[in-house]
Each structure stands twice: as C-alpha cells, then as structure tokens.
Design a protein around this ligand. Sequence first.
Ligand code: ADE
Length: 239
Amino acid sequence: MNFHILTLFPDMVERGLNTSIIGRAVGKGLLNIETINIRDYTLDRHKKVDDYPYGGGAGMVMQAQPIYDAWQAVAQKIGRKPRTVYLTPQGNTFQQEMAKDYAKEEDLVLLCGHYEGIDERVLEEIVTDYVSIGDYVLTGGELPAMVMVDAISRMVPGVLANDESGTTESFEGNLLEYPQYSRPEDWMGKKVPAILLSGDHAKVEAWRREQSIKRTMERRPDLLADADLTAKEKAMVEH
Ligand code: ADE
C-alpha cells in the first residue's frame, strides 16, 4: 500500500513512521510512505504557501495553488485521482472499521493542514474524505496523519507477524480486549489468574470472553449496543 502525505513538515512524519512495526513493513516493501513537501510546489518567489483570510480574522490560510499542484503530481504519478483524506477536526471520527476499509486502497493521499485552515476551493477539488482523530484541536494534521497510517498499516496483510495478529484485539466485535499476563506467575504478591495456568484451552477462552465483556461494560459501555454478543451474553450484560 502506498501512502502519499502532503505536508509542510515532512521530517516530522518521516521520523515518526520509520520505526518499529511500520518501519519494518516499509523495509519489507509492504508499505511505501512518501512525503510531499507542499512548499516545493509554490510558485511564489518567496516560497510562501499561506496568506491572510478574505473577510478578515485571525491567522493565515494555506493557499490553493501549492496544494493542488502537489496533489496533481501524485495523481499524475499513479495515473488516476486517488482517494484523498483531509485531516480536520471537522471530519468523521476515525474508527477501527475505517482503518480496515482504507487498508484495501492501493494508494491513499493524506493532506495535512496548518494555520487557520486551507482555502475551501482546493478542498472541494481534491478531497474525498474528511477525517478527525477525536474532538480536540491540534496544531496541524501531521500527528493525525501518522495515527491513520499506523492504524491502517497494521490492517495490511503481512504487516503484523502472526503472533501480533489483530483478530482477538480491542474493537473486534465491538468489545475491548481481555487482560494479559506474562512471567512471573507471582509479581509483588499479585498472582496470575489460575485458569490461565490450567492448560484447559476451552476454559481459558471462556474466561477471556467473560473478561472482555466485563471490561467493556466497565470502561466503554457505549460500545455494547453494537457488540457481537450471544443471547446469553446479552442477558448477562443487561442485568
Ligand atoms: N487537525 C487539527 N486537529 C485535528 C484532529 N483532531 N483530527 C484531525 N485533524 C486535525
């Protein structure tokens, strides 16, 4: 999968995404993360990419021309108009299901804004999806873009090793993951639940399922309405 990130701060994005699992997947050729510096496309002789807002008001607005030309360079390279995400607090809140859906794309453009925003006309021209990572305002779209790349990449086949696989983790079936334990069996007097040492696989699975549901009830009861529960589990949750 190819990510094309349009940004004024390419080194911020590159540094953040060149480590750990994502860095390994890039090394394996499963992912390609390209940053495009919007400033390289300005036609202004002072390399300016922003200007005052029409109608007045605080801050600066990123101008249409450099963004459009940077985007066109990507579209030309891949030979079609790519799905293009603008990171903005005004977008749809990013969810695990969306990460899975984006992971099916061959190419994805992520547009990072700064200052007070971007000239609306270029957004109308190139943006297909408006995405927010949560109800708070950041100084730019770079961190949100990195969040998206990370969450999407781990849904690309081969990026996670088998033992890192995403099938029993949080948000699968709209439940949170069960608690995990590793050695030692006794740490500061706190013992690993005995059932996990029993070797009885069916019992372990049943315990984990119960813990998942309990944890979701405690921490994210809002998820339960859409959780994949059996009739018996539903009854348990409702009492
Ligand atoms: N840019 C600034 N804040 C943002 C947010 N919460 N999500 C996505 N992009 C943003």
